[in-house]
Design a protein around this ligand. Structure first.
Ligand code: ACO
Length: 327
């Protein structure tokens, strides 16, 4: 039983301007627009400018979320950034963001939960605020996946993009976050990883030669797990909220693959019009996917007051998370 009602009071996003289309990729690796479109649903993705880091994207998304919430930086007392592509091992992206936005003294930390990162971060902020010690949290999903994508590997390079989405999480009078279910299965972590660059394999000439600083993925095995785990997370979160699938007005799923999303929707018996998609424009932006999808759904008036919204995500870890929100 939560002590306070907690919800989202502002949203923002930032997508870099540079567009990489499937036609562009056809010139880089042996692939085709037809293969990428039918296997993934992706048509194009955004890429950061050279030298642009996750915090640069986060700052723009966060500023726009603050404006949307009608709050000033000084009103924020907690900053959480979900990212797997931080500017550097430390300081955290949240600390860099806090400094750049001149948010005085707020607590700052990053969350590493890959594509489920934004759902993990929203749920974490909810706990801090419901506990009563914190008032307004700035929650961001920011990724520069193009920096860790192997542009010679057609299995992965067609999938990812860069972007950031942000939310302000605060106490609300009605509605808000009704339930959240987070989980993980660390035994399957090797299915999706960046093997080098940490303490296990610090950067060396050898790790660079072996292309160990790029994403390695067993896509086919992940595909099946993603459908099962995202379906289960949705069911668990709905049950915890005392709701059923028919009560959902809009699902904001992680945008890894259109076929994963549609398979999950079929299992949950949800019609296509209740599923929000932005994968065609942006590809998989890990933690930024659910964050930007929620922001765009609200901007496009696909969500109205009183609606039941389900955030549902899955990613490297393996981790998953679903969250039911009454808007
Ligand atoms: N262009 C053309 N052909 C390709 C490409 C490409 N870009 N990539 C792979 N292929 C080929 C393969 O080589 C294979 O050829 P073969 O049959 O001759 O061996 C064939 O296409 C089929 O390959 P599969 O891997 O079986 O293709 P699949 O239908 O599974 O689609 C994909 C691959 C898109 C990666 C899919 O498996 C997927 O989306 N998996 C889940 C990814 C995911 O959810 N990741 C987790 C989140 S990401 C995060 O946390 C950061």
């Amino acid at each position: 039983m939560m002590l306070k009602r907690v919800g989202i009071i502002g949203l923002g996003e930032y997508l870099p301007e540079r567009v990489l289309t499937n036609a562009d990729l056809e010139k880089m690796v042996e692939t085709s627009d037809e293969w990428i479109t039918t296997r993934t649903g992706i048509k194009e993705r955004r890429l950061r400018d050279k030298g642009e880091a996750a915090s640069d994207l986060a700052i723009r998304a966060a500023s726009s979320a603050l404006e949307d919430a009608h709050l000033e930086p000084r009103d924020i007392d907690l900053v959480i950034v979900a990212t797997i592509t931080a500017d550097m091992p430390f300081p955290s992206v949240s600390s860099i963001l806090q400094g750049a936005l001149q948010i005085p003294r707020a607590a700052c930390f990053d969350i590493s939960a890959a594509c489920a990162g934004f759902v993990y971060a929203i749920t974490t902020a909810q706990q801090f605020i419901a506990g009563g010690d914190y008032k307004n949290a700035l929650v961001v999903g920011a990724e520069t996946l193009s920096a860790v994508t192997d542009w010679q590997d057609r299995d992965t390079c067609v999938l990812f993009g860069d972007g950031a989405g942000a939310a302000v999480v605060s106490e609300v009078r009605s509605g808000g976050i009704l339930s959240a279910c987070l989980g993980a299965d660390g035994s399957k972590g090797s299915l999706l990883m960046i093997p080098a660059g940490g303490s296990r394999q610090p950067a060396s000439h050898q790790t660079v030669d072996q292309r160990g600083h790029f994403i390695k993925m067993q896509g086919n095995k992940l595909f099946k797990l993603a459908v099962t785990l995202m379906t289960g997370a949705a069911q668990d979160a709905l049950k915890k909220a005392g709701l059923e699938c028919k009560d959902i007005d809009l699902v904001i799923p992680h945008q890894a693959n259109m076929r994963i999303i549609m398979a999950m929707a079929k299992k949950l018996n949800l019609p296509q019009e209740k599923i929000y998609l932005n994968i065609e424009k942006y590809g998989n932006m890990s933690s930024a996917s659910t964050a930007t999808a929620l922001c765009e759904a609200v901007k496009e008036s696909r969500v109205k007051k009183g609606d039941i919204v389900l955030l549902d995500a899955f990613g490297a870890g393996l981790v998953w998370g679903a969250c039911v929100i009454e808007w």
